[in-house]
Design a protein around this ligand. Structure first.
Ligand code: ATP
Ligand code: SF4
Ligand code: MG
Length: 600
């Protein structure tokens, strides 16, 4: 499976008063889609700094990413973060130079998109990561509103039913003499109803219609909107009847037709007395031998581009249709009416269907209510933020409650309104996990999420992460110093020591046969149910010494002062992280580069 995150040669430094501290030094990592990679190592070895470097959450200064690459789904997250990429290559002409500020701005914008939706993080200390003065539910909702506003808006609109309060807004808009007030009312109504502003404006403008009729039309639009799907406008024979009914004014502007009575109603004798005697819709469905003509033409003074197709059911009409299209090449409506008239003398029907919803005036009744357009329209008007914010917040709240349920928070609606200090450590961590899940990230980084919790709650959170892992498709970088947790959760393990990866391997291989002396030491120092062959009462083996000071790390292999296998070469030459078999890598002079022989 392809990796979603590739870290190559990452170097992160801190400029401290005592000198340069290389916290992360040439770190290489790879995480594949849906995989759990455990990152393990003693305290101070650089696990958190690696994670924060990936998230670009380190304060600069004192921190600085001094080199390497971080690729996330094919995007180099480090590009532009420094001053190094100033030249933008172009296919023609000289390369363009971007000022460093521009690059930085772009980089920040890109990271804002990646964080939350691409990569999210669960921090070590929930209490210090949650804002103590904001309700926890709102803190999660904020992620949704920032990262998935469009989706929240869509959800909101798709379930909206028209209420009497909504229709009141429409009535007020019709009655309002103030253009700006009307604009505001229309926008608010559109947000609430999910109907397109153009349609609503047109209905407000339809001054000949009584208000009840306009309301009835708004309701019909809403019903259609909820049903979704397109419908076709059918031109039947007896064009004169239809013309009289619907094309009386500006009949060449077909938009009038859709703004008036919906076409399906035209043929319903109950709704349209003139439809008596016309064949019911079912009988005019397309014939198998229909002639379909595609057209694409520029019409109107604004040069609207329209494309669509004409379905002419009878083969013998082909010549006539083609002639009309030839004659009226510049105006598609001319051709259509020519054809309609031709057909009008037969028992046949023509179906006209547009393909582009944005220019399709016939399908506006149903498909032109594009939520995306509506959203853009509403958000483009300054001052409408307050109108939008409330319903969006309500929708986000519903979503957060669902997330709380997913992470097994009891009484999620109550917890939504709680402040962090009112929750237990386990609950706070669940809120953090919900927050990390809110953006539906491709990768979650969990930095020792259970360290601050008691053993029972730790087990619950681990179980939850395991369960979530099977339900969501996120990859997880799980950081811990606890190998037992790694064994429980991970697919692969990377072992870190003093700012470097010293070994990585599939979890089963690492536990069955640890290669690096540091990994061996870590494994020996955990309590196992089988025992370590120790005498009763004997102390567990530990790794002698302490993690080195990264301001002045040991020469050669950084582990050599603590390694019982160390030999001369280890003190002078730093081992490289090299492949050992198909799935493993190790950085130790005990293991020769594949193809070379060991020098001990
Ligand atoms: N803001 C900072 N300024 C200076 N040094 C720092 C800073 N943050 C971290 N370090 C140093 O970077 C090194 C790596 O720290 P890091 O927090 O990544 O360790 P860790 O592996 O996550 O440890 P733990 O398991 O205790 O969380 C340590 O030596 C630490 O002292
Ligand atoms: S390189 Fe040498 S000092 Fe380092 S872990 Fe291997 S044997 Fe020990
Ligand atoms: Mg840490």
């Amino acid at each position: 499976m392809e990796p979603i995150l590739v870290v190559r040669g990452l170097k992160t430094e801190f400029l401290t008063s005592r000198g340069l501290l290389r916290a992360v030094d040439e770190v290489d990592l790879e995480i594949r889609k849906g995989e759990v990679l455990g990152l393990v190592g003693e305290s101070g070895c650089g696990k958190t700094v690696t994670a924060l470097s990936i998230m670009h959450l380190l304060q600069h200064p004192p921190a600085r990413i001094a080199g390497g690459e971080i690729w996330f789904r094919g995007l180099n997250l480090l590009a532009g973060s420094d001053e190094d990429i100033r030249v933008v290559p172009r296919t023609s002409g000289p390369p363009r130079f971007l000022p460093a500020d521009d690059l930085l701005r772009k980089h920040r914008a890109r990271m804002n998109r990646v964080r939350g939706h691409g990569i999210s993080m669960i921090f070590q200390e929930p209490m210090s990561s949650l804002n103590p003065v904001l309700r926890v539910g709102y803190q999660v909702a904020e992620v949704l509103m920032f990262q998935r506003r469009q989706e929240i808006c869509d959800r909101l609109l798709s379930r909206r039913d028209l209420t009497e309060a909504d229709l009141d807004l429409f009535r007020q808009a019709v009655a309002s003499g103030e253009a700006s007030e009307r604009e505001r009312l229309v926008a608010e109504f559109c947000v609430r109803s999910g109907l397109r502003p153009e349609k609503i404006h047109a209905l407000i403008d339809a001054s000949g219609l009584p208000i009840d009729e306009r309301i009835a039309r708004v309701q019909r639009l809403a019903v259609r909107r909820r049903r979704g799907g397109g419908w076709w406008l059918r031109f039947l024979k007896r064009l004169d009847t239809m013309e009289e009914t619907h094309f009386a004014r500006e009949w060449e502007r077909l938009s009038r037709l859709s703004l008036g009575q919906p076409a399906v109603d035209l043929f319903d004798p109950k709704k349209n007395p003139r439809a008596k005697g016309l064949p019911p819709l079912a009988t005019v469905s397309p014939q198998p031998d229909a002639l379909r003509l595609y057209f694409h033409s520029a019409v109107g003074s604004g040069g609207d581009r329209r494309k669509g197709d004409l379905l002419v059911p009878s083969e013998d009409l082909r010549a006539r249709v083609e002639a009309h299209l030839r004659e009226s090449a510049s105006g598609v409506f001319g051709a259509i009416f020519g054809i309609v008239k031709s057909v009008g003398v037969t028992e046949d029907a023509i179906e006209l269907r547009y393909q582009e919803p944005s220019t399709d005036l016939f399908r506006t009744e149903t498909e032109l209510w594009s939520r995306r357009l509506l959203y853009r329209f509403v958000t483009s008007i300054p001052g409408l933020r307050s109108v939008l914010t409330r319903p969006i917040e309500e929708e986000a709240r519903r979503h957060v409650v669902e997330l709380f349920r997913l992470v097994r928070i009891p009484e999620p609606t109550k917890v939504y309104d709680a402040y962090p200090h009112e929750l237990s450590g386990g609950m706070q961590q669940r809120v953090m996990i919900a927050m990390a899940l809110a953006g539906e990230p491709a990768l979650m980084i969990a930095d020792e999420p259970t360290t601050a919790l008691d053993v029972t709650t730790q087990a619950q959170i681990l179980w939850l992460l395991k369960d979530l892992r099977t339900r969501i498709d996120s990859a997880i970088l799980y950081i811990t110093h606890d190998l037992a947790v790694i064994a429980e959760l991970s697919d692969r393990v990377a072992v870190m020591y003093a700012g470097k990866i010293v070994e990585d391997a599939p979890v089963a291989d690492l536990f069955a046969n640890p290669l690096h002396p540091y990994t061996q030491g870590l494994l020996q120092s955990i309590v196992s149910t089988e025992g370590q062959g120790l005498e009763p009462g004997a102390a567990l083996p530990t790794i002698p010494g302490v993690v080195p000071d990264l301001l002045a790390p040991p020469s050669g292999c950084r582990f050599h002062p603590r390694c019982k296998f160390a030999f001369d070469r280890c003190r002078v030459e730093e081992p490289k992280l090299l492949a050992h078999g198909p799935n493993r890598r190790v950085a130790c002079h005990l293991y020769p580069e594949e193809g070379a022989s060991a020098t001990t």
